[in-house]
Design a protein around this ligand. Structure first.
Ligand code: FEO
Length: 402
């Protein structure tokens, strides 16, 4: 890869690493398309700055790229975020460029000392809206907590109108394309990324979008995935994900052991579809949890399907419901359906597991053994209630940001 091809603006370079084969993040999040750790070098007329670094597994790639560019001096290593996929190579950069200072928020400083044992004297802490001059260019630091941890900030290169938002607006997508070329593909990857990583912080993101709305932005250069040279594409997508009403969609994650719950889920899905409600059904024994998270970005209702096993919900359902609660989607309604053999506390246990969701619990439908006529009528009632509750919500998933 020729580094001159990676020049975004004169003397502003991408110096990141592409991780084609990574398939899991945080030992939790599936990465079907790998990812990248984007680092950026800015050579000002007087000072040189590096914006974020790379995952520690790829530290040598970053150091090699800096060598290829002939970089002999770095004055500032800007750490927008302390998580190791961006900060993990800071110790190696400081080893090669010992004059460099780490520029970050006060909270980030403490976290980098905790995580990477970077010496206290290496830091320059910056306040919200504070600037640093590189000579002919100015870096402005915009504190933006909770995108993705509490210490995060965004960096804005004023003269070139480039926003470096680190995790915010990113996508887990390994590609040699410097810029977005296939907006459909990137929309999917960015939505998955938002669903899995950013959605729990939706209200913080609303505030941060408000905070940057008056900045002139020509380019958004995130630290995962391709760069946006048409920033309104991702800004509009985020706007709909965090601000808009949910859509006329019900998500049905379920487990079935002996087909009773499956029969109920399939019946309800058909019933909802006939009433004009969009349905996304997930058999949790085979589902990609990332796809479930993506469906939750849009959904107004979640109906959890589970058999009663050992007196409560199936453990795989417990896992999925814990995840839904943690992701804090903007769903408005939840219900529980499924079968039992002789009793249990499935509804009490599941309904107690979603304190983060501001939802109305719709009448559950639990049947003894295989569902019978009365159970199907109860499912009809549930489908009718959901369709009524969804009146006014727009059909279909949020459209690609145009
Ligand atoms: Fe890409 Fe929160 O790290």
């Amino acid at each position: 890869m020729q580094m001159r091809d990676r020049e975004i603006r004169p003397e502003v370079y991408w110096v990141g690493a592409i991780d084609w084969d990574r398939r899991l993040f945080d030992s939790l999040i599936p990465l079907p398309d790998g990812t990248s750790y984007n680092s950026y070098l800015i050579k000002g007329s007087e000072k040189t700055a590096l914006i974020d670094t790379v995952d520690p597994t790829m530290r040598d790639v970053l150091i090699d790229r800096l060598s290829q560019l002939g970089i002999e001096n770095i004055d500032y290593v800007v750490a927008n975020h302390a998580e190791q996929d961006h900060s993990g190579a800071i110790p190696q950069v400081l080893g090669k460029y010992p004059e460099a200072k780490v520029v970050c928020t006060p909270r980030c400083k403490g976290m980098l000392i905790d995580l990477l044992m970077i010496p206290e004297e290496k830091f320059i802490m910056v306040n919200d809206k504070e600037t640093i001059s590189l000579g002919d260019r100015i870096l402005e630091f915009i504190h933006a907590p909770w995108v993705h941890w509490p210490e995060t900030m965004l960096t804005y290169l004023r003269e070139d109108k480039i926003l470096f938002p680190c995790d915010l607006f990113g996508s887990h997508l390994a590609t040699t394309d410097l810029y977005v070329t296939d907006e459909g593909q990137v929309y999917e990857a960015a939505k998955r990324y938002y669903a899995e990583i950013m959605m729990p912080f939706r209200t913080n993101i609303q505030k941060n979008l408000e905070k940057i709305k008056d900045y002139a932005i020509d380019i958004i250069a995130p630290s995962h995935g391709p760069i946006y040279d048409r920033p309104e594409f991702i800004l509009k997508a985020y706007h709909s994900w965090v601000f808009d009403e949910p859509r006329n969609i019900a998500v049905l994650p379920y487990i079935s052991m002996h087909d009773s719950t499956r029969k109920m889920v399939e019946y309800l899905a058909e019933d909802l579809a006939q009433r004009g409600v969009g349905v996304k059904q997930f058999d949790l024994t085979v589902a990609d949890i990332g796809k479930l998270a993506m469906a939750l970005v849009d959904a107004a209702t979640v109906v959890i399907g589970t058999p009663t096993v050992l007196g409560g919900p199936h453990p795989n359902v417990v896992y999925a419901v814990a995840l839904v609660n943690a992701l804090r989607p903007k769903v408005r309604f939840v219900s529980i359906i499924g079968s039992y053999g002789w009793g249990g506390k499935t509804v009490e246990q599941l309904s107690g597991m979603i304190p983060n969701l501001k939802v109305e619990l719709l009448e559950p439908v639990l049947c003894k053994g295989f569902p019978k006529e009365a159970d199907f009528r109860a499912l009809d009632n549930l489908a009718n209630t959901i369709a009524e509750k969804h009146k006014g919500f727009i059909a279909g998933f949020y459209p690609l940001g145009q």
